[in-house]
Design a protein around this ligand. Structure first.
Ligand code: PMP
Length: 754
């Protein structure tokens, strides 16, 4: 401390009575007392750029201290009339500032009035900076600036958990899509840029000062508020609620525009992301410096919570706090009228009051009224809604090339190799189409051409698509409302019995007898079967898992007749079952043809048929097979990214772990709740029967419908399936977590026991 005391004395003419070192990220800061004053003394290693910056910073502080006396650390000039004393030998620049009183915002008791006063002072400060020119600050590219989100991504690799990296990638994607195009119309200014809770001082429930302008930068004006809010709401159960008084206080001094307020949600997410990249790198490069990772834990907690907040809701509340018109208005009636003006009524709408969806992210969906829904209903966004890797794969390829299979391009071979590597060796040829229906249709064509036969055996309650030929093979449709019954060439195998009142051993025997009886009865149609098609878990039947012996018997029967076996993996494929990548694997059968759809493109319309090379050869009979869109480069790039995400994020393992956890939670619930019947399925493909009681497991269709609507009111989306519409179909994106499972169980309990 001796040399500091000397500098203070010799260069600044201050007689220090006490010098105390303060904690800091980069600089050495000291609290200095003289007989009648307190100061902050800063020493920083310098290069030419840093000296320039520090000079600007001092001028800026002088300006603010003069405009708003007492709130900012007024710089003290040295005996030569300079703000900086530079020691060439140690390459250090020293500066002295008047001390301002106040405890740290981080340690203060937080109140609405404190937060309002914070917003107020921030705006007063910014008002003093708007239009001012500090060329050295302006010319600096600073990685903490929210506008430099891109630049920070170089450190994303150091973020420990892949699910957190995905959040950062998602918010980067949203930043590119939503914020970047608006930049030209947004106000820019010099801002403090780092009004975090260690740089803000508090006295008597009011913000008494803002310190450390080392991050001041030329950025969007609204970024001042975004940074301030980010750190003020860390560790808060309801971060939006705490953001509001800051916005209110700020906008009283500087009125905000709707655009500025509307992007705040994404700017805060961007700052959280930057902070995570920064602390992850800091932990790796400088593990001893605790200051570098000080906010890592609360930032992680906040970004994980942020994704559950509907951006529409955030914008609505932020707008109201800024005294602007809210964003939410209920137009459902008009939206429904408009829909039926143009669309046929056979397209159904879900829920008594339909939901208008605005956006979605991973396992969450955001409606236009500000609600966030947990999605367990839709198994198409397999790796998560708007997954950033998948979206980017599609965007990049769409900007590069989209054409058809009549040309050579690498995407189709790269994707096909990867896709086929997931199958047993005999399944080694793939055809691409654009929907599960088209894939079912093609599968049947392949079977007929290959075998020269016409009859198709299908599973009771099965569904395979909406085309004319796939309706013909979908018992659920041709035997359901509006259906015209089975065509002559269709045989329906009975769905396995799932009767709970029968002991397990007896049930197996009954099912064995049922399938053998059936096969014996159809044996007189010898050699007429082209194919048998089923899902391994029959979705429309209410998630009924076909027992292994059942499938094995049918497969061998069909093959003896010279027919082929088709597995429809549209719902069960791509690792959803946890232990198995494809549904047929659990039954230890290998089909000849596999139908793929829904999850293959995570929502992008693509589908495929995988088959043996013999079948593909038979199909090469002179008639060209061509699908305008099937297998195009964009679809292939997307398909590849989905397969990569499944591996990178270990989603099969997650499906297995979270699925088993969920099954267990339902089992526990069943002990006290007689409305829970059979719990079926595996991984994240579950069917939960809703029954009247445990005496005879009579379906409780009305209760199931009530539960579906009540769960929607509690922001959980589930559907029902089965001939009695009483089986909950639970097929969430595979990033579904145990916390999500707990939320579901808790809400079901609340509804059933209230
Ligand atoms: N097979 C199964 C098992 C399905 O669930 C579906 C769609 N629900 C299809 C085929 C048809 O797929 P798409 O709607 O993509 O035509």
């Amino acid at each position: 401390m001796k040399h500091i005391k000397d500098i203070l004395h010799n260069e600044f003419n201050i007689q220090a009575t006490e010098i105390k070192k303060l904690v800091g990220e980069v600089n050495d800061n000291y609290l200095v007392r003289s007989a009648d004053e307190k100061y902050i003394f800063k020493g920083s290693k310098v290069d030419a750029e840093a000296i320039d910056f520090a000079s600007d910073e001092s001028v800026l502080l002088e300006l603010l201290s003069n405009t708003l006396p007492g709130y900012f650390q007024k710089p003290v000039k040295n005996t030569n009339g300079n703000y900086l004393h530079i020691n060439d030998k140690s390459q250090t620049a020293y500066r002295l500032f008047h001390y301002i009183e106040g405890g740290l915002f981080a340690n203060a008791e937080h109140s609405v009035s404190l937060f309002e006063s914070f917003g107020n002072l921030l705006a007063k400060m910014d008002k003093g900076l708007i239009g001012k020119r500090f060329l050295r600050i302006q010319s600096r590219k600073y990685d903490w600036d929210i506008l430099n989100f891109d630049y920070n991504l170089k450190n994303i690799q150091y973020i420990h958990k892949i699910t957190d990296r995905r959040l950062v990638e998602y918010y980067h994607l949203q930043f590119n899509e939503i914020v970047k195009p608006l930049i030209p119309e947004l106000r820019q200014s010099i801002i403090h840029g780092d009004a975090n809770d260690l740089n803000v001082l508090v006295k008597n429930d009011k913000v008494s000062g803002i310190i450390d302008f080392g991050d001041s930068t030329y950025s969007l004006l609204i970024n001042e508020l975004a940074v301030a809010i980010t750190y003020s709401v860390l560790n808060k159960a309801d971060p939006i609620k705490w953001a509001l008084p800051i916005i209110k206080g700020y906008s009283e001094i500087i009125p905000l525009t709707e655009t500025e307020v509307d992007i705040l949600y994404y700017l805060i997410a961007a700052r959280l992301s930057i902070s995570l990249c920064h602390s992850a790198y800091g932990r790796k490069s400088n593990p001893e410096n605790e200051y570098l990772t000080i906010s890592e834990k609360p930032v992680l907690e906040l970004i994980r919570k942020w994704i559950t907040i509907n951006p529409v809701k955030a914008a609505d509340e932020f707008r109201k706090a800024a005294n602007l018109q809210g964003k939410i208005s209920d137009q459902t009636k008009l939206d429904i009228e408009n829909r039926w003006k143009y669309l046929g009524k056979s397209l159904s709408l879900t829920y008594e009051k339909p939901i208008k969806m605005e956006k979605a992210a991973f396992q969450y969906m955001y409606d236009n009224e500000g609600n966030t829904y947990l999605d367990l209903r839709n198994n198409i966004p397999h790796v998560g809604h708007c997954h950033p890797k998948v979206v980017k794969a599609g965007q990049q390829k769409m900007a590069q090339l989209n054409t058809n299979t009549r040309y050579l391009y690498d995407d189709i071979t790269v994707f096909s190799e990867k896709l086929l590597s997931k199958f047993p060796a005999s399944l080694n040829k793939v055809f691409y189409v654009n929907s599960g229906s088209a894939a079912s249709d093609l599968a049947i064509r392949l079977a007929k051409v290959h075998t020269g036969k016409e009859n198709i055996m299908v599973m009771e309650h099965g569904y395979h698509g909406n085309t004319a030929s796939s309706i013909d093979i979908s018992h659920y449709k041709f035997a359901g409302k509006g259906g015209k019954g089975a065509k002559e060439n269709i045989m329906v195998a009975p769905i396995p019995i799932t009767d709970h009142t029968i002991p397990e051993e007896e049930l197996i025997q009954k099912n064995q007898a049922q399938i053998l009886d059936f096969l014996e009865n159809v044996a007189d149609l010898q050699n007429s079967n082209a194919a048998f098609i089923t899902e391994p878990i029959v979705s429309a039947a209410g998630q009924i898992v076909i027992p292994d012996f059942y499938l094995q018997e049918i497969y061998s029967f069909i093959r003896k007749q010279g027919g082929v076996c088709i597995s429809d993996e549209v719902q069960t494929g791509f690792g959803r079952l946890g232990d198995y990548f494809w549904g047929f694997e659990y039954a230890e059968v290998v089909p000849d043809i596999v139908v793929l759809g829904k999850p293959i493109g995570n929502g992008h319309p693509m589908a495929a048929v995988v088959c043996t090379s013999d079948i593909a050869d038979s199909f090469n009979n002179g008639m060209e097979f061509f699908s305008s869109f099937g297998g195009n480069p964009v679809s292939c790039a997307i398909g590849l990214s989905v397969l990569e995400v499944i591996e990178e994020e270990k989603l099969m393992q997650n499906a297995k772990e979270v699925g088993s956890y969920l099954i267990n939670q339902f089992k526990v619930l069943k002990e006290t709740c007689t409305n829970i019947g059979e719990i079926r399925g595996m991984g994240l493909s579950l069917g939960i029967e809703i029954v009247k009681d445990h005496l005879n497991y009579e379906p409780a269709t009305n209760l199931a419908a009530h539960l579906v609507n009540e769960l929607k009111n509690r922001h959980i989306l589930v559907g029902t399936d089965g001939p009695f519409d009483n089986v909950f179909k639970l097929k969430p994106p595979l990033c579904f977590t145990k916390e999500n499972a707990d939320f579901l169980i808790e809400e079901i309990k609340q509804i059933l026991f209230k």
